[in-house]
Design a protein around this ligand. Sequence first.
Ligand SMILES: Cc1cc2nc3c(=O)[nH]c(=O)nc-3n(C[C@H](O)[C@H](O)[C@H](O)COP(=O)(O)O)c2cc1C
Ligand SMILES: CCCCC(=O)C(=O)O
Length: 372
Amino acid sequence: MTTLDLKTANCEALEPAARAVLSEAAYNYYAGGAEDETTLRANRAAFGRLYLRPRVLVDVGEVDTSVEILGERLSMPILLAPTAFQRLAHPDGEKASARAARAAGTLMVASTLSTTSVGDTAAAAPGPLWFQLYVYRKRDITRALVERAEAAGCTAICLTVTVPVQGNRERDTRTGFRLPPELEMANFAGMPQAAFPDDAAGSGLEAFIAREFDPTLTWSAVDWLRSITRLPIVLKGIVTPEDAALAVEHGADAVIVSNHGGRQLDCAEPTLLALPRVADAVAGRIPVLMDGGIRRGTDVVKALALGARAVLVGRPVLWGLAAGGQPGVERVLEMLGGELRRTLALLGRPSVSAVDASAITEIQGLVLPPRG
Ligand SMILES: Cc1cc2nc3c(=O)[nH]c(=O)nc-3n(C[C@H](O)[C@H](O)[C@H](O)COP(=O)(O)O)c2cc1C
Ligand SMILES: CCCCC(=O)C(=O)O
């Protein structure tokens, strides 16, 4: 990958460059979704159903993309979603992504299933870092993970609630997805949990999840988590108003509208369409974030207009990382941030807080919050 390639690409254009350097199994693990990948495609397609309503003759000489989330001021409402196994993409893996997030003035959510420990990731890029948590059958392990995240200085725990069992990822079954022997799940260093079961046919990750993740998890796990940490709790994977109301009731400090990038329940509703209903149920009591299919600055604006405080990006960061390491991820963030700034100017909304439902057209079948 040359610097020129990085300069000319947009987010989606980086995917082929990443594919060229990834193993077949790693590429398919990153790119893939569950079953027929209906939700994977629908997440992206939903953005095409919404159009923007530019206001003209507005002073956009200064455009402010900054936003505040859980007490942190970020340069833009674009965070790095938690994604597992980043050293499959590049030897610098999670450290490179965390440094790129820092350089861009935003933050990364470090996955439980990282190939770099949360302590090493935090040390590589001092600043705000959230830790994404999966709850294990063995609660001692879960508690130890939370303690490590706290010791590393993480500023929030992001509990992902979309994986009671793994989605049916046929690409990974076909490739027999597993980690190469030189990589481990570094948050479990020294524990049997650091490796996939070695006798599993098909996807090693699926066997690992079946063995370790707690499928009996209920809302009481959120109360338990609250009892063991004072860090803010962000619930990732809320897509219905019913669950949004429960999240607020159980003391969540923020929610992320997410269907796990179409990797878990296929045919789940695209997140852009779920977002306004969740935002409506939350009614401003806590911040609502969203992810799934964000590839352009206009996508970010559409999500903000439907009630999101900020968005997260998953796969584009992996493409940038694979194609160019830390500079590749920096380039992804620069492209998205630049597109966002230009979109706000063209839209006649000189700041993120000036974006409300009046920025988008109404589409039949979409329940939008009332016009601001
Ligand atoms: C390769 C890959 C690994 C992921 N690993 C995790 C993870 O460890 N924890 C988690 O909460 N979400 C994980 N996700 C889901 C992302 O956080 C995010 O919800 C999703 O990728 C957003 O959609 P996008 O890729 O279209 O931006 C992963 C997604 C991908 C593509
Ligand atoms: C399914 C849980 C493992 C990592 C992950 O979240 C993903 O691959 O999407």
